[in-house]
Design a protein around this ligand. Structure first.
Ligand code: 48F
Length: 257
């Protein structure tokens, strides 16, 4: 095939359309390609589920790249070492409990493994609402819009994707759960907003509280802190990996039994 302009266009449009045909109905939608979302996507795929990650920005990683106040290191704790090793991260042992990782290494390895697992990661797509059904009350998918359209302020109706589970991995604002709690009061979800920092406690609680907030709707990563009013932890990232893994295990159990 000649690499003419028309063929380049056709390849892109046809291949994208083929993917979108499948994406319209998927097992799990993960919202946000930060550390929690990427980890969840990897483990969900490994359990045999189809996964689509929608990420508002045109890049991976959420808060990873910013490290700690733009210093290019983040910290993980012993509990998350096994996951970091599974992702082939170069972790430097500081003592038997804490490890340092370069932000670029953490970001690249996590993204690589999520993509390699077969998760579809679509950049530049914002989730701005959910689909619900009553009797029994449940979340059955999301509404999506090009981030560029949202930023432009144009009134364009979104598209919709149906799924068996939706993971809010949108970080500090828990955007998906917040919209569901506002628009579907019957869900009885209160989003408390995160508290000030208490790293050691919040690293544990964020994992403990990870999971289902309503039928079909789950929280992972900092979204968990926002929903449950937990303290923040700053640039220690082990809890994000552990939370992503835990939500994947719970969804896999709920869907596959
Ligand atoms: O913020 P983010 O990194 O969330 P996380 O995975 O990790 C938190 C840490 O980075 C850090 C921390 C822990 O040590 O305190 O802050 O919980 O990643 C969230 C991603 O979701 C995208 C956003 O652009 C980011 O990449 N996102 C947020 N809202 C939406 C969204 C939305 N409505 N639709 C699509 N993507």
């Amino acid at each position: 095939m000649a690499y003419t302009e028309k063929n380049i266009t056709r390849i892109i449009v046809r291949e994208a359309a083929r993917d979108w045909d499948e994406i319209a109905e998927t097992d799990v939608v993960v919202v946000g390609a930060g550390p929690a979302g990427l980890t969840a996507a990897y483990y969900l795929r490994n359990s045999g589920l189809d996964v689509v990650v929608f990420e508002r920005r045109l890049s991976f990683g959420g808060g990873i790249g910013g490290g700690g106040m733009l210093f290019h290191k983040i910290v993980i704790e012993e509990e998350a070492r096994e996951i970091a090793e599974e992702f082939e991260m170069k972790i430097k042992e500081i003592d038997s409990n804490l490890y340092a990782v370069d932000t670029s290494d953490f970001l690249a390895k996590l993204s690589y493994h999520a993509v390699e697992s077969g998760a579809k990661i679509l950049l530049g797509v914002t989730v701005d609402d959910v689909i619900f059904r009553p009797d029994p009350l449940r979340i059955t998918g999301v509404l999506i819009q090009w981030s560029a359209v949202q930023i432009s302020g144009l009134h364009v109706d979104p598209l919709m994707v149906e799924s068996k589970a939706v993971v809010d991995a949108t970080g500090h604002d828990a955007e998906v759960i917040s919209v569901a709690s506002r628009k579907i009061p019957e869900l009885d979800i209160v989003v408390y907003g995160e508290k000030s920092a208490y790293s050691e406690v919040s690293e544990k609680l964020v994992v403990e509280k990870t999971g289902k907030v309503a039928e079909g709707l789950y929280a992972a990563g900092m979204a968990v802190s926002a929903v449950h009013g937990l303290p923040r932890m700053g640039p220690i990232f082990g809890g994000m990996l552990l939370s992503g893994k835990k939500v994947a295990e719970q969804i896999s159990q709920d869907i596959k039994g």
